[in-house]
Design a protein around this ligand. Structure first.
Ligand SMILES: [Zn+2]
Length: 292
């Protein structure tokens, strides 16, 4: 039992130590896994104390033979041994299963039947409508946005998508009057993600656009906005979140392949430049490949 707990703890601390090198550092061991490990440790301490206090009567080699042959003691020893065996087997197994489950759920986001990312903060907005053909979701478009341009962490992007932006709040907002736009998801500099439109619905992110001779990309694409500008490097947390959500979307909508993940600049050249030269496409595709 002690060996198993030590091994488990060793695994846990090795895991913790490696977290700083880990690609997905935002993965956390669940409270339940910690509880299981802690219970195992407490039980093993109890086991040692029990054996220490009962050593003379139950565990001395001289007595083992007789205990094994004496009814109640034999039954008790056997019961206790069985209990230890069960804990020995269940504790590490449960912990490993819990940790695996947590890792899996952090790597792949669940998308429900309506295209809602079930583990993501929801801010349902009204800037969307029905797609002409829901079965034709086949393109992922990456954008950037920041309001005012170059300022991060403000509430104005959220206000814009929710249709409640105060156009007097900043001189540059005068262009946004009566503008009704949205994206399916917005990834903040911290990597936090907010969903505004279910993936099965048509968000209004691409505008006049074309991809491989197919016009009006909003009809068949999913739009993800990164909080950023064309020149400010995106944060690693943003790449991590984008990688995970992209992988999840590709699993749900298999027509979206790496060659069908593009920037807004690719489907509206001359009109749009985002996500800009600051977006590291090789890094993103490398991370996406690592996740596969
Ligand atoms: Zn854009």
């Amino acid at each position: 039992m002690l060996i198993s707990v030590n091994k488990l703890n060793k695994f846990y601390y090795v895991y913790k130590r490696k977290r700083s090198d880990c690609l997905f550092t935002n993965i956390k061991i669940s409270a339940y896994s910690k509880l299981v490990s802690t219970c195992g440790f407490v039980l093993s301490v109890g086991e040692v104390l029990y054996l220490a206090f009962n050593f003379e009567s139950y565990v001395t080699w001289a007595d083992v033979n007789s205990h094994l042959r004496v009814g109640l003691n034999y039954l008790y020893v056997r019961f206790y041994t069985s209990l230890v065996t069960i804990i020995f087997l269940i504790n590490p197994l449960a912990s490993v299963l819990c940790i695996s489950w947590c890792l899996y759920n952090k790597r792949i986001m669940k998308i429900d039947l309506n295209g809602v990312l079930s583990t993501v903060a929801q801010r349902p907005c009204s800037h969307f409508d029905e797609r002409p053909d829901e079965a034709d979701i086949s393109l992922l478009v990456i954008h950037n946005i920041s309001l005012p341009a170059g300022q991060f962490g403000t509430p104005f992007v959220d206000d814009l998508f929710m249709g409640s932006i105060d156009c007097n709040a900043h001189p540059s907002f005068s262009d946004l009057k009566n503008l009704r736009v949205s994206a399916h998801c917005f990834i903040k500099r911290t990597g936090e993600i907010i969903q505004y439109v279910p993936l099965d619905k048509r968000a209004w992110h691409a505008g006049q656009s074309e991809f491989e001779d197919a016009p009006a990309c909003n009809n068949f694409s999913i739009g993800i906005e990164l909080e950023g500008t064309d020149i400010a490097p995106y944060s690693l947390e943003q790449y991590k979140t984008l990688t995970i959500i992209s992988k999840s979307i590709m699993q749900r909508y298999p027509k979206i392949t790496p060659s069908r993940i593009v920037g807004h600049c690719d489907i509206a050249p001359g009109r749009k430049t985002d996500p800009g030269s600051s977006f590291n496409w090789p890094l993103f595709f490398n991370m996406l490949e690592q996740l596969s």
